[in-house]
Design a protein around this ligand. Structure first.
Ligand code: ATP
Ligand code: MG
Ligand code: FE
Length: 339
């Protein structure tokens, strides 16, 4: 089985070809950092236009890399949300057009499902159910992943996402955009205990997350400490929160095969190391995708397509693009209570 995957939900345009035995025959990606850098963050209109320009050539390049054609693919998987709606539409419409032209099925993939299943592409032994810490630019959740389309959200952030906190901290420290890798690099030169920062929600009964207070504390520290010390102390505070909250979830979760981390923030070496230690503490396997598979890419979308196609899950060509699309709608429904 061969699946073409398309991704365009944020600021990466990507196309990939992945087989059901986990071979990535091609994966092409074009970031838009230079276009957004002057604004210190992603500008939706600029992103959508850039996706329009990049998508077709990337798809052609992916086919050339793999030495296959559209006729060779079994289905086309495209991100249908959640994300910046203009961008999502570009990838989804491209996927629909290719599916229609070639008479192949369309698979509308939830971008978060792409992140959530990506560890099963890099580690073919990873079996359901696993506890997943999904840490990305827009999300910070603990999910019990029980199977394709079966996600039980155990916790979420009550304010900012983890990646958002990294990006805002980078901005406050004048490190520029994109923030995560730059904060990690600056932190290597700093003292993680130099700046006293809060650990929001640490010790609370429910394993939810909060990062807004941490960001405010970083803002207050600017000018009083070196950027390196602030970066290191901030990163340590995030690590402490993620560990405490994940430890809490592990105490309540049914038996799992592994502790897994995915999403852009999972590219952070200190966070990976800390979670690996936590898994060892609990006698659990630890699985984290390689760095390129943590941040946005189309291989994870193609892989989610593989998993869905195996279950016979395809979607009609009038499937809408969605700006919001929770993985666990039941948990989302109780959001009125504050989370
Ligand atoms: P979502 O997946 O929630 O829709 P997104 O697709 O924008 O959001 P990803 O591409 O998964 O997010 O991740 C991007 C985020 O990961 C950014 O916030 C970025 O700062 C963060 N990030 C990337 N590398 C690192 C790193 N080394 N350390 C910390 N954060 C990182
Ligand atoms: Mg990005
Ligand atoms: Fe993402």
């Amino acid at each position: 089985m061969l699946i073409l995957g398309l991704e365009s939900s944020c600021d990466e345009t990507a196309a990939a070809l992945v087989t059901d035995d986990g071979r990535v025959l091609a994966h092409r990606l074009l970031g838009q950092e230079a276009a957004h850098a002057p604004f210190g963050g992603v500008v939706p209109e600029i992103a959508a236009r850039a996706h329009v320009e990049a998508m077709e050539p990337l798809v052609a390049a992916a086919f050339a890399d793999a030495g296959v054609t559209l006729a060779d693919v079994d289905a086309i998987a495209a991100t249908a949300g959640p994300g910046l709606i203009g961008g999502v539409m570009v990838g989804l419409v491209t996927g629909k057009a290719l599916a229609h032209a070639a008479g192949k099925p369309l698979i509308a993939v939830n971008h978060l499902e792409g992140h959530a299943l990506s560890p099963r592409l890099s580690d073919r032994e990873l079996a359901y159910p696993y506890l997943l810490l999904l840490v990305s630019g827009g999300h910070c959740q603990l999910l019990l992943v029980e199977g394709v389309g079966r996600y039980r959200r155990m916790a979420t952030t009550i304010d900012d996402a983890a990646g958002e906190a990294f990006d805002k901290t980078a901005k406050l420290l004048g490190l520029g955009y994109p923030g995560g890798p730059r904060v990690e690099a600056a932190a290597r030169e700093g003292d993680p205990h130099a700046v006293p920062l809060p650990r929001p929600l640490k010790g609370s009964a429910e394993p939810h997350f909060s990062f807004a207070g941490l960001k405010s504390a970083v803002a207050r520290a600017v000018g009083h400490h070196s950027p390196e010390d602030i970066a290191a102390s901030f990163q340590q505070a995030v690590v402490d929160c993620l560990l405490d909250r994940t430890r809490r979830a592990l105490a309540n979760v049914p038996p799992v095969t592994a502790l897994v981390v995915a999403g852009g923030v999972a590219a952070n070496g200190v966070i990976r190391g800390a979670l690996e230690g936590l898994a060892a503490e609990h006698g659990l396997r630890f699985v984290a995708p390689p760095l390129w598979l943590c941040t946005d890419n189309a291989a994870m979308i193609a892989w989610a397509g593989v998993e869905r196609f195996r279950e016979g899950l395809t979607d009609p060509l009038d499937t809408p693009a969605r700006a919001r699309w929770p993985l666990d709608p039941a948990a989302e429904a109780v959001r009125g209570a504050g989370v």
